[in-house]
Design a protein around this ligand. Structure first.
Ligand code: ADP
Length: 598
């Protein structure tokens, strides 16, 4: 019943230790999970909060950049460069059949004849000037042969050019070819060695054509009426690779004015504005434009915002998308908390385990102590009962006068005295145990006659031993021992010797002998009590000095005892700065040595 209650209590306490740890760990993990969701939610909130601002800034930046580009001078015609440039105009119309049949020879023809006439011996520079003049003055006019006047004049001038044609002549040729192409156009290009430059311009024209095809329908604007958007990284094969970027093409007199915006221009500015884990995308005119340098991930976008930039009063809307490009960066604080929490949980579990272990030990010790105490009570009562009953019986017999004869009466008295001695030594042991247990045991070390003490104690134990048929023999004492005056507690040493002798006698067979010897060493004296009893197995040697420990099962125990004797001997020896030695093996008797300082 008591055992069950104790077990229940132990289980209850164990639950009290474990439960908080389990609950706390659960709560911690739950919060951690929520923490993660909160971090993502937070990132989204933040993205939505900053997106309009970032969009506005991007719009402003693009607008400012475009305006700035406008202010810079136009690059060489035909080149599309960063900033602003002019694209070469496309062919306005295809060549048409000559109309010389209806038209009479004109002033243009007369001027051409004049040019040819002045060819021999004339100044080449004046000749070229004249040819350029005719080409600009009479575009589209034809000779009787059907060839264009301008073509013929320019070919005449080219006959007098060594090396590259001068700029005005080259410009006039290019203009003539693009505005009024004819069967002589290739002759003109070859004579002026302008093929390479022409090829370049042709490439640009090609590109502009793509621009029109691609983006005009998309932006729903007709070419020539408004500025159009163009992406340089269009999938079409463009003649010259340009880094990705945005281009605005606005119609200008003969061709298109192109304003390019390279993505790098915005990246640096953006970088400073976005948190490390975010990337930014612009959706302009149906194209996605990655304006953050960071790689895209599969994560859902964090936030959107609409924005716009403008040029020449036209607004170009775009959609800004902010997305998660580096989730690791986002969750750095979360991970730190996770690791910390794991450690906290681990520590809590370790602490709980330690607590459980301690609790279990305490419980086990408590149970053992309880058992020992109940054993002590029963064995002490048992030990008391026999001598008290004997004394009572003998005293009653004496009182009733039933014991006759002085000799017999004397025997009775002697027996009563002996039983009382046993009783008092038992009581003394119990009292001592209680004093030691409460830490109240005090020792009085005073010089004494060790030999006398030993003789007296042996004499005291002799009658009891004789009664059991055991012979108690004190070996010859060393001469030096006779003069020894060690500072011992006489009472305690005597009690210890009594306990050792009592054990020896108790365990000796009838007819056996218990010997007491003294061994003198330089610093210590060993008082040996040697018996011929059953002996004690080696693995029990350490335990027999424990309080209440009695070797052998309760049922097998033939000898009476309480299990306190040897623990008191040990306490006394240690209080003196000495120790108890046991040398024993099963079947070979035991030797107990009380070692005390000299
Ligand atoms: P007890 O009151 O039982 O004698 P002790 O503390 O004196 O208690 O002894 C503890 C145990 O040691 C005993 O129960 C006994 O088994 C063993 N013991 C002590 N002295 C001897 C001995 N001389 N021979 C055999 N066993 C002994």
């Amino acid at each position: 019943m008591k055992m069950q209650r104790a077990q229940l209590m132990w289980a209850g306490q164990a639950v009290l230790i474990v439960l908080p740890v389990v609950v706390l760990s659960g709560v911690a993990l739950h919060f951690l999970k929520e923490d993660r969701a909160a971090i993502e939610q937070d990132a989204k909130r933040r993205a939505y909060a900053i997106a309009p601002d970032v969009a506005r800034q991007i719009g402003d930046e693009i607008s400012a950049y475009l305006v700035q580009s406008r202010k810079q001078g136009i690059a060489t015609e035909g080149e599309i460069v960063d900033g602003r440039g002019m694209a070469i105009p496309d062919y306005p119309r295809f060549p048409e059949p000559p109309d010389w049949v209806e038209k009479p020879p004109s002033r243009a023809n007369a001027e051409l004849r004049l040019l040819v006439a002045s060819e021999s011996g004339g100044d080449p520079a004046a000749l070229i000037r004249q040819a350029v003049h005719i080409a600009q003055q009479y575009p589209g006019e034809v000779t009787e042969s059907g060839a264009q006047v301008a073509d013929a004049a320019l070919l005449v001038a080219l006959r007098h050019v060594r090396g590259d044609p001068p700029a005005d002549l080259a410009g006039a040729i290019e203009n003539q070819i693009t505005q009024h192409p004819s069967f002589l156009s290739t002759d003109l290009l070859d004579s002026a060695a302008l093929r390479a430059k022409w090829q370049l311009a042709e490439d640009q024209r090609q590109k502009i054509r793509y621009m029109m095809q691609d983006f005009v329908p998309r932006l729903n604007r007709r070419p020539g009426t408004a500025t159009i958007l163009y992406w340089d990284d269009s999938p079409h094969p463009v003649p010259r690779e340009l880094p990705p970027g945005l281009a605005l093409c606005a119609p200008r007199d003969r061709g298109w004015e192109i304003t390019r915006l390279r993505v790098e221009a915005l990246r640096r500015a953006l970088h400073a504005r976005l948190p490390d884990y975010m990337g930014a995308w612009l959706n302009v005119g149906g194209q996605r434009w990655n304006i953050g340098e960071r790689q895209r991930t599969n994560f859902a976008p964090l936030g959107y915002a609409k924005g716009s930039f403008s040029l020449d009063g036209v607004k170009y809307p775009f959609l800004l998308t902010l997305d998660l490009v580096n989730p690791d960066l986002l969750s750095v604080p979360y991970r730190r908390r996770l690791v910390m929490m794991q450690w906290v949980i681990l520590l809590a579990v370790a602490a709980a385990l330690l607590g459980l272990w301690r609790l279990w030990n305490t419980y086990r010790d408590q149970m053992r102590l309880n058992e020992m105490k109940s054993n002590l009570v029963s064995s002490v009562s048992h030990e008391l009962r026999a001598p008290i009953a004997a004394v009572r019986l003998m005293a009653e017999s004496l009182e009733s006068g039933r014991v006759e004869g002085a000799e017999k009466q004397k025997d009775y008295y002697r027996l009563i005295v002996r039983e009382c001695g046993r009783l008092s030594s038992l009581v003394e042991n119990v009292l001592d145990f209680s004093r030691i247990d409460r830490g109240r045991k005090e020792y009085h070390f005073e010089p004494l006659d060790a030999a006398a003490l030993l003789r007296h104690t042996v004499m005291l134990m002799e009658p009891g031993a004789a009664e059991r048929g055991v012979r108690l023999r004190l070996a010859d004492l060393p001469a030096e021992f006779e003069d020894l005056q060690p500072a011992w507690d006489a009472e305690a040493v005597e009690q210890s010797l009594v306990n050792l002798l009592d054990n020896a006698v108790k365990h000796s067979p009838a007819g056996g002998e218990v010997r007491v010897e003294v061994e003198l060493l330089p610093a210590v004296v060993r008082l040996w009590v040697i018996d011929q009893g059953p002996g004690i197995p080696a693995d029990e040697h350490g335990k027999i000095f424990d309080l209440f420990y009695r070797y052998g099962s309760e049922l097998r125990r033939e000898t009476e005892g309480t299990g306190i004797g040897l623990s008191i001997v040990k306490h006394v020896a240690e209080a003196h700065g000495g120790r108890v030695i046991v040398e024993s093996a099963v079947g070979q008797g035991s030797r107990f040595g009380l070692e005390l300082p000299r």
